[in-house]
Design a protein around this ligand. Structure first.
Ligand code: GLN
Length: 381
């Protein structure tokens, strides 16, 4: 028998894989893992084909196709007034999750402390632990999941290396506000604390609010690695292409890891994305598209016994189920999948300590007919 010591003894298989698999096995409607059930724009598929036929089939430059990096920098400039140099401050990654992992691997040293806001995307903490860092999690509570910055200040020590933020936040659908940004600026001023900002839902901010990217604020920009995802933007999560923008000092370190981790990312897809990004309506139209989906799903759920929580952004709607059951959220989600035929994600899976507020997460990035079929089943409970 081989004796093996796990590097991640407390990690199982990620909840997204578990729930999507259970949905498939049970033939349930999958509102669990965050991905659309509609296809991306055929124009984008044509562009990938065009670039494959044009012979763009060998390694891309390590940091990404130059034109794509330029277009990413232009987008950051147009939306956030931030200057990122395409040559030294933009890197194309194999999806948002790789960008997050690479940033942590490159910047967190053994014994460093990293502050994470629970409920948090499940990829952050394991990456910190793999690097020998310590996770200091701060629990946010429903219904508003507001950050109490006084409490955050208490978590900061001489060992704090990084704060990980996610706006709009998965799974809560909440967004950071101006006052949060001011607090963040004050807390990090004159420190070496870095910010890892997961902004994969940057275009999915509703009701006339603006997305507050770290890139907007010079004091935050200089210490931030901002991660983004084309899969979430253009409905092709399976292409696994995202990117990261950061000042050169941080990007240098990021690339040292990126080059040995993936080296470079799918070439024809990068060329296609570069062409597609030239038309800004391709990303500016997303807000209205997803806000309509949020509203459509919320109307469908009116009169059900689920209590929907506020959703200001992302493509997730959270809901309380205490009028239906007092089961643990994990048990309820499983039963909802296998017995009712709708798969969701239990929000406790996003808490380091597994805190259970009796809330589940629905992904509404689905065809209207899928949402209708799901709501019909959920209405019966
Ligand atoms: N971010 C997506 C979600 O929260 C899924 C990403 C993944 O499955 N790795 O569902």
């Amino acid at each position: 028998m081989i004796h093996l010591t796990s590097k991640l003894p407390s990690s199982g298989t990620t909840i997204f894989t578990v729930m999507s698999r259970l949905a498939k096995e049970s033939g349930a409607i999958n509102l669990s893992q965050g991905f659309p059930d509609y296809d991306c724009d055929p124009e984008l598929i044509e562009l990938v084909n065009k670039h494959m036929r044009a012979g763009h089939n060998q390694y891309a430059p390590m940091a990404g196709v130059a034109l794509l990096r330029e277009r990413i920098a232009e987008k950051a400039n147009r939306l956030y007034g931030a200057d990122y140099h395409p040559e030294s401050e933009v890197t194309v990654t194999a999806g948002g999750t790789q960008a997050i992992f690479t940033a942590i691997a490159a910047l967190v040293h053994p014994n460093d402390e990293v502050i994470i806001f629970d409920p948090a995307y499940d990829a952050y903490a394991p990456a910190v632990k793999l690097m020998g860092g310590f996770v200091k999690s701060y629990e946010l509570s429903p219904p508003n999941y507001k950050i109490d910055w006084k409490a955050v200040r208490k978590l900061i020590s001489a060992h704090t290396r990084m704060i990980i933020l996610n706006t709009p936040q998965n799974p809560t659908g909440t967004t950071l506000k101006e006052e949060d940004m001011e607090e963040l600026i004050a807390i990090t001023r004159k420190t070496d604390i870095l910010i890892l900002s997961d902004e994969v839902y940057e275009h999915l901010v509703y009701d006339g609010q603006q997305h507050l990217s770290m890139a907007r604020y010079p004091e935050l920009r200089e210490r931030s690695v901002v991660c983004a995802s084309f899969g979430k933007l253009f409905h092709n999560t399976g292409w696994k292409v995202g990117y990261c923008i950061a000042p050169a000092l941080l990007m240098d370190e990021f690339r040292k890891v990126h080059q040995f981790e993936v080296f470079s990312v799918n070439t024809p897809v990068q060329h296609a994305l570069a062409d597609y990004l030239a038309d800004k309506s391709h990303y500016l139209g997303l807000t209205a598209f997803y806000q309509d989906k949020r509203d459509f799903f919320s109307e469908l759920m009116q009169g059900s016994r689920f209590k929907l929580l506020p959703c200001e952004g992302s493509y997730f709607q959270t809901a309380r189920f205490d009028r239906i059951s007092n089961e643990k959220d994990t048990d309820f989600s499983k039963r909802l999948t296998t017995e009712v035929g709708v798969a969701t994600v239990p929000v406790s899976a996003f808490y380091t300590k597994g805190t259970d507020f009796g809330i589940i997460r629905f992904c509404f990035a689905k065809k209207n007919e899928t949402l209708e079929r799901a709501a019909e089943k959920l209405q019966k409970l």
